[in-house]
Ligand binder design. Sequence first.
Ligand SMILES: [Zn+2]
Length: 444
Amino acid sequence: MFEKLFYRISDLGKLPSRIIASIFKQIVRFVKNVFKFNKSSVSKKAIAIRCVVLVLVAAIITSTAFMLSKNSRIDAICISVGDKVIGYTNSQTDADIAKANALKILGSGNFDNISEAQARVMAHEIKSSSDISDLIVKELCEDYINAYEIYVADKLIGVVKNPNEARDAINNVYTLANKVYSNSTSSFSQSIKLSQRVYPADSKSFTSTEELQTKINSEAKILYAQCEKAYADTPYETVEVQTNTLFVGDSRIRRDGTNGKEYNVNLVTYIDNQKVYTEELMSIPITAPVSRIVERGVRANNLSMGEYTVLQTTGMFCWPVVDLYTVTSPYGHRSLGYHQGIDISGANASGKFIVAGAGGVITEAGWSTGGYGYYVKIDHGNGVETLYAHMLENSIMVNVGDTVVKGQVIGKVGNTGYSFGAHLHFEVRVNGNRLDPAPFLGLQ
Ligand SMILES: [Zn+2]
């Protein structure tokens, strides 16, 4: 164990570890002997002496270890200019950085006499790459001064002789920014640092305050934040409700949604006039959003049927049949007598869905002895009624007394009663008078 410990210490100074280990083994043996006393003959004086000896031994061990570590030498790179040693760096990388910096600062000159060599030096002799760089500049340049490099986020943007020049440039940028962005708090979006370096007094690297100002402006980028007020929409939600007035697979919008409005106070952050972040500080609702309501059909349907779209018209009623759009016989005089409604048909008419032109109550549903065949009549209130005739047998889906909504399927197109070909005969009655349905369907 001791051998291990002192191997480690001797590593620092490259001292013969076996020798040190054996010395310490002797010390340990001595300490053991000091305390190897006879219990019966022990006196307070003897204990005191032994304690003092122990403290002394501990002190010797500590100081020896300290000396060993302090006197230890480490590998280094020695940089020289001509015959003169400039200093030592820790690594080749540091040496390269130091030389490159010095050459950059000097710009021109005789760099041939800068040389490197391997060396072993005490730890405290090692210098940083920037110190070595400064020393090379001092050595190669007769007239040098302490200058200040200005960095924006680690990027060198200029060199000044006096730190006040840098401060002035920064302040000018601030002042200008605050003129533009009044009522806001501004700061730089990047950190600005000054670093003292040795430069030739006549260096071409020195930057004018004006130039520096421009560079700070473009590199450090003013960041400012201000409170802004704005109206915003609060989006409406869509609520789905189930209805047995529609078949499974069908849906219908019962009510359109409308967005609500709110008044917001936001903290908006800009960099170079570009909005980069918005934080909502306060929000006051003005109008609440109105949910959109979608009805989804749950009515069992053993007939295969896809979704249908109810054709809304500009008239009072929606188009009363799905997928058939041709008026095959209008209202009025015809060879078969006065036509009290309109006939609607088209390709594959039989079985197409007939829908309620508007919401109402079913007042008649079933077989007509008067020629309508299977038919349905709906009372829409205010003396207005609609009638749907010649429906397919067993297709009526409503009963007298049922309430229906606009667009609800009530049956299917058929050819029953006094009919010659599948079609829907559609009537509109007002106070019992059968009127031309065309204007009620937005046809005229
Ligand atoms: Zn007809």
